[in-house]
Design a binder for this molecule. Structure first.
Ligand code: PEP
Ligand code: MG
Length: 889
C-alpha cells in the first residue's frame, strides 16, 4: 500500500527534512521540527505524489487516500482532544500548500477550516469569547471563499467597509462579535450569490474542497509562470499540509509572527522579524495593522517589541532560533504563533536573502564553525553576485525626494513609471527601463516584477509579497511607501503635492527606501571584505581559469579589479568604430585596389598599436587573446549619403562609384558571408596590419617593462584547416619581420576560434595548425541550430515558454547539441596535441550552468564580460566542487 499521508507532531514523525521531494519543504520541515522536540501542532502531509496523480487523472484521487486522510485526522483529533465538526468544541485545521521550493503563485493557506453555523457556536462557548469565534468564522469564509471558491477578495472587503460605516467605526478592531456575525452572514449571502451554491457547511466537504484547491492551484497560470521563471519542473507537484489550528488571535496573551534567524537584507547575526499581538498569520503580511519588531534593540520609539511584551515566549523563541540554526546550519525563516503565552512553531525553511546577506551569512557561518569553507562557497548563488556589483545612487548627485517607504530590497534603479505588470513586461521588451508601481503586488504580478528594473509599492511591510519576491529576484524594491497615492484610473501617482504620470521617470533607492523624481546619478559599488574572502575561498578550489572579454582600457581595468586572469577575447573590430579612425577604416574598405587599402591600413596601424600597448600594460604578465577582424566589412559603412560622400572625397572617387561599391559589399546573409578568416584570405593586408600592430606593441611593452606579454592571436570563423594554415603563415611572416626590425623575439601563440560545426568535427586536423582553441559558442549556437543570433529573440521566448527548448541556448549552452560539438572538438584537438589549451569566449563563459559544463569537458578557461568575472569565479569553484558532474547525458 502506498503511503499517501504522513503524520507529524504529538509524538509522531513519519517524515524528515530530506524528504522534501515527497512532502514538500513545509511538510518535511514540520516533521523535522517535531522530531527535534520543537513545539509543532499535530497534523499531516498529503504527498506530492497525490498532486501528480490528481493532475494526471483530471482531478481524481488515489482510491485509498480518503481512508488514510480519515485515519490521520483521527490521530490529530485524539492528540488535541477535540473532534473535527464537533458542535460543542470543534477541531479546526489549517490547510496549506507546500512544494519542494516555496512557490508564490499557488494557493497558500486556508485557516480556521471546520467552522460552520453550528461549530462557530461551539467555538464561542469553548473559548468563552464570542468575538473571537465570529471573527474566526468570517476570516474562514473570506479565505475559503477567495482562495478555494475563487470569489474576488474585494467583494469581502466591501462588506467589511460597509459594516464599519454602519457601525460608525474606522478600525476592524472596533467591530464587535455581533458585527462579525453580521459580516459572516453577509459573506455567506454574497458567496452564494457569486458561486450559485450555498457556502459549504460540512467540515469534510470543506476539507476536500481545500485539498482540491491546493492540488488544482499547481496548474494555475501564476504557478506555471513562476515555474517557468525559476526552472521548476511541472512534475514536482505540491504537497498539502493539514494541521491543528493554534490561535494567535484569542486575546492579548496571544500573538503571531514571521521572523528570520539573521537579517535577510544585510545578513547581520541578529534576530529579525515582525509580530502582532492578538492576530492571525495573514494580519502580519497583509499590512492592515503595523507589525512590531521582535527584539527590543530594534524597537523604535512607540513600538512594543515581543521581547518586552511577551518575555517568556520570546525567550523560548530565542532558544528555538539557536536550535534551528545549529540543526539546519543555515539561516531560517520561521512562522510562529503564541496561544495563551505558549509558543508553537508553524514553519521553518531556509530563508530567502539578498545577495549581500547570502554572502555575509555564508562567510560568518564558516567563521562561526557552523559550516566549512567549501560549503560557504557552495551556498552563494553565483548569479546573485550581480546584485552586489550594481550601482548605487551617487550621494553627491542632486535629487528631488518624492517620498519614502521601506528599504525592501537593495540596489538603485531609474525607469519610467508603469502601473501594471503587463505594461512593465511590454515596455521592457522594447528595451525601456521601467519601474513597476503598485499599491501592493500579488503573484499575478511576477512577470512584470521580473521585467522591471525596480518595484515600488504603497502598502505592505518587509515580509510583504513585493519585498520577498523582489529580494529573491535581486530587483531594488521600495515597499509600503504610504505617502504615495496611486491612482490606477488616472495612471498617476501623487506624492507630496507632486503628480507623476505613467511614462515619467522616477528613481528608487532600495537600500534606504527613498523614491525620487527623475533620474539620479549612480556610482559603482564598493565590495565588502566578505566578498574578497569568499572569492579567495572560491579561487582556492576552482580549476578553471577566468578571463575577460575586453577591448577598452576601462573594461580591461574593471576585469582586473574583479580578478580576471587575462583577456580571453579582444574583439578588435570594436576598436575600429572609434571616431578617430572610422574614416580610415571606411577608406580601406572602399578601396578597390590593394594599394589603396594598404594606404588606409597604414593610417590605422599606429592606432591599433597604441590600443594593444595599453592592453598589454594593464594585463601585465597575463595572457591576452586578440582576435583578428571578424565582422563583414559593410558593417562599418555609413548609412547617410553625406558620410558616403566624405569617404568618396578622401579616396578621390565620386559618390556613384561609392554607392556601387557599397551595393557590391551588401550580403543577403552577412553572418554566413564574407567575414572572419575569409577576410584574411581575400584581403591579407588587413591581418598583416593587425599582426604587425600586435607584435610591435608587444615588443615595445617588453622593452618598457622588461616583462614581455604573450599575445595569443586568434583567427575567427575557421571552417577548414587550410584557412588556418594560411593565416598562421601570414602571422609568422609578419612576426619574423617585426622581430628582425626590433631586434627582439617575443613568444606568441596562434590559435583559432571553434565556432562552426565543421571546425568542431575536423578539430583534429585543425589542431595541427593551432596553438589553442577558443569556443565561440555564440556563433556555434547560431550555426548548430541554424538560428540567427539577431532575429531569434522574436520567437525564442515562445519556444522557452512552451517548453520546446528548456532554456534560451544563447544564454545557457545547449549541452546536447552545441555542447556535444564542444566535447568532440576538445577530444579531437587534444587527441592530436596533448594539453592543447582550450577556452570558451561566447556569452556562455559567464553563465553558471554553462561553466559547469565547461568544467565537465575539461576546458582550461572561460572568458566573459568583466562584470561577470566574479560570477564565473564562483561558478567555476562550485563546478569544481561538484566534480564537474558530466552534464552531457
Ligand atoms: C562567438 O561567436 O561566440 C564569439 C565570441 O564571437 P562573436 O560574438 O564576436 O561573434
Ligand atoms: Mg563569433
Amino acid at each position: 500500500m502506498t503511503d499517501w499521508v504522513y503524520g507529524f507532531g504529538a509524538g509522531r514523525n513519519d517524515g524528515r527534512a530530506d524528504m522534501r521531494n515527497l512532502l514538500g519543504g513545509k511538510g518535511a520541515n514540520l516533521a523535522e521540527m517535531a522530531s527535534i522536540g520543537l513545539p509543532v501542532p499535530p497534523g499531516f502531509t498529503i504527498t506530492t505524489e497525490v498532486c501528480t496523480y490528481f493532475t494526471e487523472k483530471g482531478g481524481a484521487y488515489p482510491p485509498d487516500l480518503k481512508d488514510q486522510v480519515n485515519a490521520a485526522l483521527a490521530r490529530v483529533e485524539s492528540a488535541v482532544g477535540v473532534k473535527f465538526g464537533d458542535a460543542t468544541n470543534p477541531l479546526l485545521v489549517s490547510v496549506r500548500s507546500g512544494a519542494r521550493v516555496s512557490m508564490p503563485g499557488m494557493m497558500d493557506t486556508v485557516l480556521n477550516l471546520g467552522l460552520n453555523d453550528e461549530t462557530v457556536q461551539g467555538l464561542a462557548k469553548a473559548s468563552g469569547d464570542d468575538r473571537f469565534a465570529w471573527d474566526s468564522y468570517r476570516r474562514f469564509i473570506q479565505m475559503y471563499g477567495s482562495v478555494v471558491l475563487g470569489v474576488d477578495h474585494h467583494r469581502f472587503e466591501e462588506i467589511i467597509d460597509d459594516a464599519k460605516i454602519t457601525a460608525g467605526v474606522t478600525e476592524d478592531t472596533q467591530l464587535t462579535a455581533q458585527h462579525w456575525q453580521q459580516v459572516a452572514d453577509e459573506y455567506k449571502r454574497m458567496v452564494a450569490d457569486v458561486t450559485g451554491a450555498p457556502f459549504p457547511q460540512d467540515p469534510h466537504d470543506q476539507l476536500w474542497g481545500a485539498i482540491g484547491a491546493v492540488f488544482g492551484s499547481w496548474m494555475n497560470q501564476r504557478a506555471i509562470t513562476y515555474r517557468r521563471l525559476h526552472d521548476i519542473p511541472a512534475d514536482w507537484g505540491t504537497a498539502v499540509n493539514v494541521q491543528a489550528m493554534v490561535f494567535g488571535n484569542m486575546g492579548n496573551d496571544c500573538a503571531t509572527g514571521v521572523c528570520f534567524t539573521r537579517d535577510p537584507s544585510t545578513g547581520e547575526n541578529i534576530f529579525y522579524g515582525e509580530y502582532l499581538i492578538n492576530a492571525q498569520g495573514e494580519d502580519v503580511v497583509a499590512g492592515i495593522r503595523t507589525p512590531q519588531p521582535m527584539s527590543e534593540a530594534r524597537a523604535k520609539p512607540g513600538e512594543r517589541s515581543m521581547e518586552a511584551a511577551m518575555p517568556a515566549a520570546y525567550a523560548e523563541l530565542v532558544a528555538v532560533r539557536a536550535t534551528l540554526e545549529k540543526h539546519y546550519a543555515d539561516m531560517q525563516d520561521i512562522e510562529f504563533t503564541v496561544q495563551s503565552n505558549k509558543l508553537y512553531m508553524l514553519q521553518t525553511r531556509n530563508g530567502k536573502r539578498t545577495a549581500a546577506a547570502s554572502l555575509k551569512i555564508a562567510v560568518d557561518m564558516a567563521n562561526e564553525g557552523l559550516i566549512d569553507r567549501t560549503e560557504a562557497v557552495r551556498r552563494v548563488n553565483p548569479g546573485s553576485l550581480d546584485q552586489l556589483l550594481h550601482p548605487t545612487l551617487d550621494p553627491k548627485a542632486p535629487r528631488k525626494l518624492l517620498s519614502r517607504g521601506l528599504p525592501a530590497s537593495p540596489g538603485a534603479a531609474s525607469g519610467v513609471v508603469v502601473f501594471s505588470a503587463d505594461e512593465a513586461e511590454a515596455r521592457a521588451q522594447k528595451g525601456e527601463a521601467v519601474i513597476l508601481v503598485r499599491i501592493e503586488t500579488s503573484p499575478e504580478d511576477i512577470h512584470g516584477m521580473h521585467a522591471a528594473r525596480g518595484i515600488l509599492t504603497t502598502r505592505g511591510g518587509m515580509t510583504s509579497h513585493a519585498a520577498v519576491v523582489a529580494r529573491g529576484m535581486g530587483r531594488p524594491c521600495v515597499a509600503g511607501a504610504g505617502g504615495i497615492v496611486v491612482d490606477y484610473a488616472a495612471q498617476a501617482l501623487m506624492a507630496g503635492g507632486v503628480t507623476v504620470q505613467a511614462g515619467e521617470t522616477i528613481t528608487l533607492d532600495g537600500a534606504t527606501g527613498e523614491v525620487f523624481a527623475g533620474t539620479v546619478a549612480m556610482i559603482e559599488p564598493k565590495l565588502s571584505g566578505d566578498f574578497e574572502t569568499l572569492m579567495g575561498w572560491a579561487d582556492a578550489v576552482r580549476r578553471l581559469k577566468v578571463r575577460a572579454n575586453a577591448e577598452t582600457p576601462l573594461d580591461a581595468d574593471t576585469a582586473r579589479k574583479f580578478g580576471a586572469e587575462g583577456i580571453g577575447l579582444c574583439r578588435t573590430e570594436h576598436m575600429f568604430f572609434d571616431p578617430t579612425r572610422i574614416a580610415a577604416v571606411r577608406q580601406m574598405i572602399m578601396s578597390e585596389t590593394e594599394g589603396g587599402r594598404r594606404d588606409a591600413l597604414a593610417k590605422l596601424l599606429p592606432y591599433q598599436r597604441a590600443d594593444f600597448v595599453e592592453l598589454f600594460r594593464i594585463m601585465a604578465g597575463l595572457p591576452v587573446t586578440i582576435r583578428l577582424l571578424d565582422p563583414p566589412l559593410h558593417e562599418f559603412l555609413p548609412h547617410k549619403e553625406e558620410e558616403l560622400a566624405e569617404v568618396a572625397e578622401s579616396l578621390g572617387a565620386d559618390l556613384a562609384t561609392m554607392k556601387r561599391r557599397a551595393a557590391d559589399l551588401a550580403e543577403a546573409n552577412p553572418m554566413l558571408g564574407h567575414r572572419g578568416c575569409r577576410l584574411a584570405m581575400t584581403y591579407p593586408e588587413i591581418a598583416e596590419m593587425q599582426a604587425r600592430a600586435i607584435f610591435e606593441a608587444a615588443s615595445a611593452v617588453a622593452k618598457e617593462t622588461g616583462a614581455a606579454p604573450v599575445p595569443e592571436i586568434m583567427i575567427p570563423l575557421v571552417a577548414t584547416k587550410k584557412e588556418l594554415e594560411i593565416s598562421h603563415a601570414q602571422i609568422d611572416k609578419v612576426a619574423a619581420e617585426v622581430f628582425a626590425e626590433a631586434g627582439t623575439t617575443i613568444e606568441y601563440l596562434v590559435g583559432t576560434m571553434i565556432e562552426l560545426p565543421r571546425a568542431a568535427l575536423i578539430a583534429d586536423r585543425i589542431a595541427e595548425s593551432a596553438d589553442f582553441f577558443s569556443f565561440g559558442t555564440n556563433d556555434l549556437t547560431q550555426t548548430t541550430f541554424g538560428l540567427s543570433r539577431d532575429d531569434a529573440g522574436k520567437f525564442l521566448p515562445f519556444y522557452v515558454e512552451k517548453g520546446i527548448l528548456p532554456k534560451d541556448p544563447f544564454v545557457s549552452i545547449d549541452v546536447d547539441g552545441v555542447g556535444a560539438l564542444v566535447k568532440i572538438a576538445s577530444e579531437k584537438g587534444r587527441g592530436v596535441k596533448n594539453g592543447l589549451k582550450l577556452g570558451i569566449c561566447g556569452e556562455h563563459g559567464g553563465d553558471p550552468a554553462s561553466i559547469q559544463f565547461c568544467e565537465s569537458v575539461g576546458l582550461d578557461y572561460v572568458s566573459c564580460s568583466p562584470y561577470r568575472v566574479p560570477v564565473a569565479r564562483l561558478a567555476a569553484a562550485q563546478a569544481a566542487l561538484s566534480g564537474g558532474g558530466d552534464r552531457t547525458a
